[in-house]
Design a protein. Sequence first.
Length: 572
Amino acid sequence: MGRAQIALFQSRQNRKKTLKQGSLKSFIVMVICIGLSAFFTYFPITDSDIFWHLAAGREIIAQKHLLYTDPFSFTLVSPKWVDLHWLFQLLTYGIYCIGGLSGLLVFKAIAISVTTLIIASIFPKPLYRIFSAIATVVFLYYARYLICIRPILLTMAFMVVYLLLFEQVRSGRRAKQWLLLCIPIQIIWTNSQGLYPVGLFIIAAYWLENVAIEYLKKLQTQKNMEKRPDHFFSWVLVASCIACFANPYGISGMLLPLTLFGRIMPNANNIYSTNISENIPLLALHGYESIYRTIVFVSLPFALLLFIVNFKKLRIAHIILVLGFGYLAFNAVRNVPLFIVIIVPLMSYLVSETFNDLEQVWGISSAKIIAALTLGGFCFLAFLGLEQYSIIKTYPHKSQLSPFRFPQNICNYLKANPVSGEMYNDLRYGGYLIWEFYPPKKVFADTRLIIRPPEFFAEYLAIGNNPELFFNVADKFHITQAALPSAIFNEQHALIKALYRSLAWHLEFTDGTSFLFVKNIVSSRHAIDLENSADVNTIKSSINKEWKNSEYIRNEAMGHFEEMVQYMLSGS
């Protein structure tokens, strides 16, 4: 063996050793980031949607059939309900029966961890795995409050499974028959969330890319013109579209996503886009929520730069996916998590390709790149970890519910002191009230606005701005009680003040951050007088008792109450 051959052999051995070490490092980074993704997206339950999902799952089990009409509201004239979430509802209700609310938080942690694992596994290069794992955790941290216990957890997981399947088939790591898994996944997806067309969009992006590749092959050589074209991708797309009909609502289930999409289209006449926080367009965000705009504004130009640097390796599917999910993110902030699970793997792939070229052209060691990226990434993750820990410390001890967002105390009071008649409630309270009181008591409304006409939502919003309208609505629906939040959300402040001043209503209960008003004719219990120091001190004493183990929350609750009292007693 000559010197040249020995040198070549040693070079190959060193490269294998470097790749082996890089794979081990990437595996360690992946494991750490999988755990961090669950930790960084942890917070007590803030979203009331999970409770009407749980109630629906409970009702499906009790009735032994799916729900085609809404059983939970007393204000619907035509209670038709296309409940495409039924599979998610049965899943979460089953988890709740086993592990309670803590079980649901564990379910969320597992779903996020699995999504992170799949993202980091889409492409095989160690540099990709490290960059994608770290980037996923960072992006999820800043978008964490958009990731609640909702069907979106399944949607995010299904999206990255599709990316994994198509990228592995395209690279030759999997046979194309693996794409047939899209069909059963699409059926499950269709029966879990109305966002299931997202899966068809991903399949269509890779189908278009495959069509372009087949066409270019034909142009390059006349010999290929004699070959029979490969229609496998086309059959997968068609079969996946047909699979969407496998839902209990048929055409109505197929058409639901069109209605959902219309609700997030930003325009001046769309009250859902301008008045529902999660539907607000990206450019209209302000305050803390502007961080979601930053996520998109930082990643999109970076991805564009990577596209330019790697223009010879541009992929049609990647361009379509970035543009499509970027468009969705700009339309409504709720779509930012979907954008993240698309942009991170594609961006990470281009980063790994860029550094691979640098190694080949400039001789930069991949081991040094991996080491620098790992060190820098973990320093930043450590900073975020400390920040997240400081936030978690403020949460109430052993509480699965976020403070001030749910009317637990009002529910406990009404169970001990029932009031006849119907209840008016804030939309955000609706899901929790359904969970606690159905079937004996129904709700005025909840966040399932898809089952209601726009006119209903417009009237609800008008009551918040013009509380005198409430009294006609109360007479129309025989409403004798109203459960309203005063902390975090201020849309009901004017109505709270109007009810407190009304001669026909009285304040019967408050925990300082939620208020229960009752009509005088159905209850003669003590009316709370906020100008009476004894009543005010009693409420403050209950606040101190409830939050005695959490000084931060206690002070926040006391501040909310004092501000509300000052507002309710003010002359304006």
